[in-house]
Write a protein that binds this ligand. Structure first.
Ligand SMILES: Nc1ncnc2c1ncn2[C@@H]1O[C@H](COP(=O)(O)OP(=O)(O)OP(=O)(O)O)[C@@H](O)[C@H]1O
Length: 345
């Protein structure tokens, strides 16, 4: 089972530039979380801080009893092996075959025999649907295949925590829909704690158990998906609605005059009406139920009294109207509609 990641009061700056401050959240064990935020708000910096590749100046990141910020280098190095990292471009070595790319962490960090390495690599290639392409070079395959190869490589060391940085960047909507399903399927199979950084609203609406958002140097929100998806917080609602109206401007924050002009127009009816929750994806047929989703159900029911009214209703309703924002159907499994809450009965 994945392990939880506890972030407490994290603050990171580069020189005089503060990226974010006092970020506190917990990634629950084995659950899938998404971090949203406009470009440049420090999402990648956050991922790198979790794994100890960047060291924030304040706060702690506790993983398996080790503080990835202030812990001893040796301990941080050991705990880093619990992580699987998938970077935006797949970060593959261009001169190596997909097989060698995926095998790389095993050859680098373990003393396994080649026969064993082959078995593990082919298993992971199978999980991401790349069997048959293992001899190809990264330059010979599509962007979507490179992403999946990057994901296979992130999985070879049996990670308990998987961090994915914009796994959808550069993918068309159909490939993104397949990727969403793949992320849920992987979670069902390996029960790892997952954090996905994305701008993609379909992924945000259908994949995670929990969502967070960074904006203007702070964590605006983090919690169960129902909380953010029903949030009236202007920044969250604007971002999830994909609208120009709201506090987020082209270069991060709108000036006061622009906001005031918008508020004058605010009496006009909103084009998108009330927001309803899209159903969360469930694992493809034949896969086990997600243990993280089962644990989450208990956890969120325990939190019910602390949730805002709309989120509480959404949790209790469980099955909300299957209304989605315009876009492709994210479920690639024909004839197999997803459960509303991602949890099998
Ligand atoms: N090593 C570094 N040294 C100095 N500044 C950095 C470094 N890494 C990131 N930054 C700065 O931190 C800020 C946040 O960058 P980051 O890549 O985390 O944003 P992001 O939210 O992931 O953006 P996007 O959604 O566009 O990928 C940027 O202003 C960037 O220039």
């Amino acid at each position: 089972m994945g392990i939880e990641v506890v972030v407490e009061g994290l603050t990171k700056s580069f020189g005089g530039q503060n990226i974010w401050q006092d970020v506190t959240l917990t990634l629950p064990a084995g659950e899938v979380s998404v971090m949203l935020g406009p470009s440049g708000t420090g999402k990648t910096v956050f991922l790198k801080s979790l794994v100890g590749l960047l060291r924030p100046e304040h706060g702690r990141v506790l993983v398996d009893g080790v503080d990835m910020v202030g812990g001893r280098e040796r301990d941080v190095y050991e705990v880093r092996k619990l992580f699987g990292l998938m970077f935006q471009d797949g970060a593959l070595f261009g001169s190596m075959s997909l097989f060698d790319n995926v095998a790389f962490p095993l050859r680098e960090h373990t003393r396994r025999k080649e026969s064993e390495i082959r078995r593990i690599v082919m298993e992971r290639m199978d999980m991401v649907g790349l069997v048959g392409s293992e001899g190809k070079l990264p330059g010979e395959i599509s962007g979507g295949m490179r992403k999946r190869a990057g994901l296979a490589r992130a999985l070879v060391l049996d990670p308990q925590i998987v961090l994915c940085d914009e796994p959808d960047s550069g993918l068309d909507p159909v490939r993104t829909a397949y990727l969403s399903q793949l992320l849920i399927d992987l979670n069902a199979q390996i029960d790892a704690t997952m954090l996905i950084v994305t701008h993609n609203l379909d992924i945000a609406a259908t994949v995670p158990d929990n969502m967070g958002m960074l904006f203007l140097r702070r964590l605006v929100a983090f919690g169960p998906r129902e909380v953010l998806l029903t949030s009236e917080e202007p920044v969250v609602a604007q971002f999830l609605g994909g609208r120009r109206e709201g506090p987020i401007g082209m270069s991060e924050e709108k000036d006061a005059a622009a906001l005031a002009r918008e508020q004058d127009r605010a009496s006009a009816p909103r084009p998108d009406g009330p927001r309803l929750l899209a159903p969360q994806l469930e694992p493809s047929p034949g896969l086990p139920p997600r243990q993280g989703a089962l644990r989450r159900r208990e956890r969120v029911l325990g939190l019910l009294d602390t949730l805002p009214g709309a989120a509480r209703e959404a949790v209790l309703r469980g099955r909300t109207a299957p209304v989605r924002a315009p876009g492709p159907d994210p479920s690639p499994a024909p004839g197999h509609p997803p459960a509303a809450d991602g949890v099998r009965p």
